[in-house]
Design a protein around this ligand. Structure first.
Ligand SMILES: CC(C)(COP(=O)(O)OP(=O)(O)OC[C@H]1O[C@@H](n2cnc3c(N)ncnc32)[C@H](O)[C@@H]1OP(=O)(O)O)[C@@H](O)C(=O)NCCC(=O)NCCS
Length: 123
């Protein structure tokens, strides 16, 4: 259900999110939080997918945006990371900087692009 939701809703933004969610579901503890409405997935937030200590991907279904769902998911994921011993969370790919600033007080790291993704995009 989660993978179908992510594929159907976010493949145009990043087709790789389905694989990242799959890896989050396969680890223990599962590193993906899901928001549900009437038995349907309407949001998700993963951590520890591309690399340890990384937060994301994250998404809310278009009809449910601006209701605090992504904030709740990301805060839940950060609490889980804290309980697993992480002191910080890195958001490695940011589309809406203002969202992360508002939701969790994130600050940007200078010269951090493309960071770990360098190995994925060639040299
Ligand atoms: C970005 C996204 C996850 C936000 O989800 P959401 O559930 O609507 O977010 P919330 O309602 O929890 O928003 C929390 C705060 O951020 C603000 N916010 C939400 N989306 C924003 C955006 N695109 N740009 C700036 N601020 C935004 C909200 O207004 C709210 O502010 P407030 O505290 O003043 O009320 C959602 O638009 C989405 O799924 N986008 C497509 C996938 C995506 O881009 N994911 C992020 C990849 S980096």
């Amino acid at each position: 259900m989660l993978l179908k939701f992510v594929g159907d809703t976010f493949s145009d933004i990043c087709p790789g999110w389905v694989d990242e969610c799959n890896s989050a579901l396969l680890r223990l503890p599962v590193s993906c939080f899901i928001a549900e409405h009437d038995g349907q997935v309407i949001g998700f937030a993963c951590y520890d997918t591309t690399a340890k200590g990384f937060l994301g991907p994250l998404g809310t279904a278009p009809d449910f945006r601006c209701q605090g769902i992504a904030r709740a998911l990301i805060v839940s994921a950060m609490h889980a990371m804290e309980s697993e011993g992480y002191g910080y969370a890195i958001i490695p790919w940011v589309r809406f900087e203002e969202f992360y600033q508002k939701a969790v007080g994130a600050v940007s790291i200078p010269d951090s692009e493309p960071g770990v993704y360098r190995r994925l995009v060639g040299r």
